[in-house]
Design a protein around this ligand. Structure first.
Ligand code: ADP
Length: 434
């Protein structure tokens, strides 16, 4: 490039000297030759100055101004500049795209991310962090982190400077949210605050703890009875008369049966919960199934209630026979157990506007409205002693709920305390054939 500049300059000088200065000096007058040579040089100078001013205007203009076009030497110089500008713009675009991809990735993270510097000023917030801390990236960027997250636990964690262990953060600006926070220092005095929503995990953990406590509690009473009487008999069998021994053995058997029922219900519930696949699709004939449930109910009632079955629309239901039998059976046995002797229980199957409907209506003790939403929770009982007296495990309606969920069916509970209850199960049109 440089040699080209020198060559062109030499050619220009040669043209001025050879074609202007020398012939005029030789054939006209040396004075006119000198004047013509100087004028030529001045013209060249002016031409360069025009191009130089174009360059200055371009340099002072906005970055995206196109490079000016020149002629001769300036064409070469401007072409070089143009090439550099193009390369630089290309590089900038690559950097911008890479940056955009990184920002996109950080935005897509399921965790919240806040970047802040050593003065604790926020430089960037992703969308998840905005939700976790009720912040707005547009407003809060540049603010001091500790002005926005002021909880004493967080300030202590930040001041302590030991970020090996995460901080479990409750009681922030968003109600009911539990976050796991971790600060990750990076680069030069830069930090990331990463937040993860663990509310759901915490809820599940609480449920698991409650469940274990409940099961242990349910097993403890019958076990204590069984252990107490068996120890008494083992220690001094002869000290008791035949009738007493029989009574103790009866109590032991009763409590054993209670534990067995509990374990069976727990196993049923656990298999329903752990089986994430949809319920088996068998063709379940409704009438024979309800007749067999009616027979069980009559046996349980032992003639103390009037129990009727009315199949208004004989139908076939698509679903799992065992699960459906267990759910319908539970609702029916509950009706017998919570209806005092002399009461009435009606089992009805019908198809209403294509939907299958199973109704269990009793004239029993009824349920107060405030208990109804919680009845399907595991171990929830309105009256614990009545439930135990009648052999309840507290898991019946939880099983019903799971079976119905697996069949996309709904359960409606209506009750009038002292008057009776009505449990209605509804199946979608898709499952019912009349
Ligand atoms: P349990 O083994 O205690 O009966 P369930 O899960 O079957 O457990 O029922 C939960 C609670 O709902 C029962 O303890 C009882 O208080 C109430 N309940 C269920 N069915 C009836 C009913 N037909 N009438 C009155 N109360 C009922």
């Amino acid at each position: 490039m440089m040699s080209e500049v020198w060559t062109r300059t030499l050619w220009l000088l040669l043209v001025i000297v050879g074609l202007v200065f020398a012939p005029i000096t030789l054939f006209v007058d040396p004075l006119w030759g000198g004047l013509a040579g100087i004028s030529g040089l001045l013209l060249v100078l002016i031409w360069h100055l025009v191009h130089l001013s174009q360059l200055m205007v371009w340099l002072e203009g906005p970055l995206n101004n196109p490079v000016p076009r020149g002629r001769g030497l300036w064409e070469i110089a401007f072409a070089g500049l143009h090439r550099r500008v193009r390369i630089r713009l290309g590089q900038q675009q690559v950097i911008a795209e890479t940056l955009e991809r990184f920002v996109g990735a950080f935005q897509a993270l399921p965790d919240g991310v806040i970047a802040f510097n050593r003065h604790r000023h926020i430089s960037w917030i992703n969308a998840r962090a905005e939700k976790h801390f009720a912040l707005s990236a547009a407003v809060d960027q540049g603010q001091a982190l500790t002005n926005l997250i002021r909880h004493p636990d967080f300030i202590t964690y930040l001041d302590a400077g030991n970020f090996e262990n995460p901080l479990i953060y409750r009681g922030g600006r968003v109600d009911g949210l539990t976050l796991m926070l971790q600060i990750i220092p990076y680069g030069q005095d830069q930090n990331l605050l990463v937040s993860r929503d663990i509310s759901q995990i915490e809820r599940i953990e609480t449920m698991r703890r409650d469940f274990i406590a409940n099961v242990s509690h349910e097993l403890k009473t019958p076990l204590t009875v069984v252990a107490g009487f068996s120890e008494m008999l083992a220690e001094d069998y002869d000290a008791y008369g035949e009738a007493e021994v029989k009574h103790f053995l009866n109590l032991i058997c009763e409590q054993n049966a209670r534990m067995q029922r509990l374990i069976e219900d727990l196993l049923t519930l656990s298999s329903l919960e752990s089986d994430s696949s949809a319920a088996k699709e068998e063709r379940v004939e409704i009438e024979p199934m309800l007749r067999s449930i009616l027979a069980d109910a009559l046996a349980l009632s032992a003639g103390k209630h009037v129990i009727t079955l009315k199949v208004e629309t004989p139908s076939v239901l698509d679903g799992c026979a065992n699960e459906l039998r267990s759910a319908f059976g539970n609702l029916t046995t509950n009706a017998v157990r919570y209806t005092p002797p002399g009461g009435r229980i009606d089992l009805i199957w019908r198809v209403v506007q294509g939907q299958g409907e199973f109704v269990v209506a009793d004239t029993g003790i009824g349920i107060q409205a405030n208990h109804i939403p919680r009845l399907t929770e595991r171990f929830y009982r309105v009256d614990r002693s009545r439930s135990l007296e009648t052999g309840g495990t507290g898991l019946g309606l939880a099983i019903v709920k799971h079976v119905l969920m697996r069949h996309h069916a709904t359960l409606e509970i209506e009750s009038d305390p002292g008057q009776g209850s009505r449990f209605t199960v509804r199946f979608s049109e898709r499952r019912v054939r009349s």
